[in-house]
Write a protein that binds this ligand. Structure first.
Ligand SMILES: NC(=O)c1ccc[n+]([C@@H]2O[C@H](COP(=O)([O-])OP(=O)(O)OC[C@H]3O[C@@H](n4cnc5c(N)ncnc54)[C@H](O)[C@@H]3O)[C@@H](O)[C@H]2O)c1
Length: 255
């Protein structure tokens, strides 16, 4: 029960395949009380169906492209709980047409949306929740992918957004460290989810990964969940500003 008595917020559950849901299960089993946020009323139905398997979670709608919704969410967490020991940011979005064809054809509006939802949201949510997290040895965790540093066909503007996200992790770690808040990213190998199905050829990526990764297997949700547990609990108290790969070692490969 590494998180007994701890409370944290997890953003990004869409359904039972979501990485956020894998993390929610791991942190719930470790004894944490959870707040789950979901993007829309439609996805809220899925989250309400899943929630009974957790220990008394608080559910709040929050679309991160709306400053107003972020503010309302923070007010609700402040009123109902008053503090947070961890924040898991497991959300991203890019318009579908930006995830195929040439990256050089990316439209200005699509670029703005992808960077806003997938990278800026971490900055603004971390800032808004800082008063609830400071001085508690708390931990912020976000989700990234190798497409930030290597070219992955079809990942396009999302790779650029993930590069901005990883850089934000380092800047936020430096800003928030003096307040007792650590900030890290998990770089997961490919997993079939709602979001990853928008990237062309996800099934092929998973197959290639299982064939070639040093561990010769596809990445499982619970592997990401357990790494999030490590990053959320005091066992990782000396680590901040880091990207930890949960990819069976795939990123170490050359040709
Ligand atoms: N699945 C993979 O292969 C993989 C690999 C590495 C990293 N990731 C990252 O993991 C994270 C979770 O994605 P997933 O694969 O579990 O897919 P998912 O579709 O289950 O989750 C993505 C979530 O983002 C949310 N979201 C999108 N726009 C939003 C907005 N404006 N406001 C609030 N929420 C919004 C969606 O509602 C959804 O819950 C993402 O950051 C993704 O890039 C995924």
């Amino acid at each position: 029960m590494l998180l007994e008595g701890k409370t944290g917020l997890i953003m990004g559950v869409a359904n039972k395949r979501s990485i956020a849901w894998g993390i929610a299960n791991a942190l719930n089993q470790a004894g944490a009380r959870l707040v789950l946020t979901y993007q829309s009323e439609r996805l809220g139905e899925n989250v309400r169906d899943l929630a009974p398997s957790l220990n008394n979670p608080l559910l709040i709608q929050c679309d991160v492209s709306s400053d107003e919704q972020i503010q309302t969410m923070v007010q609700q967490v402040t009123a109902e709980i008053g503090h947070l020991d961890f924040l898991v940011h497991a959300l991203a979005f890019a318009p579908r047409e930006a995830l195929s064809g040439a990256y050089s054809e990316t439209k200005r509006e699509d670029f703005k949306i992808a960077l806003d939802v997938s990278a800026y949201s971490l900055v603004t949510v971390a800032h808004a929740l800082m008063p609830l997290m400071q001085g508690r040895q708390s931990s912020i965790i976000t989700l990234t992918y190798l497409g930030s540093e290597r070219v992955v066909q079809g990942y396009n503007v999302m790779g650029v957004a993930k590069a901005a996200l990883e850089s934000s992790v380092r800047y936020l770690a430096n800003d928030l460290g003096p307040h007792g808040i650590r900030v890290n990213a998990i770089s997961s190998g490919p997993i079939k989810t709602l979001a990853s199905s928008g990237v062309g050829g996800i099934s092929n990526m998973i197959r290639l990964h299982a064939e070639r990764a040093p561990l010769r297997k596809a990445v499982e949700l619970d592997e990401v969940g357990d790494t999030a547990l490590f990053l959320a609990c005091p066992m990782s108290r000396g680590i901040t500003g880091e990207v930890i790969y949960v990819d069976g070692g795939y990123h170490i490969l050359g040709v």
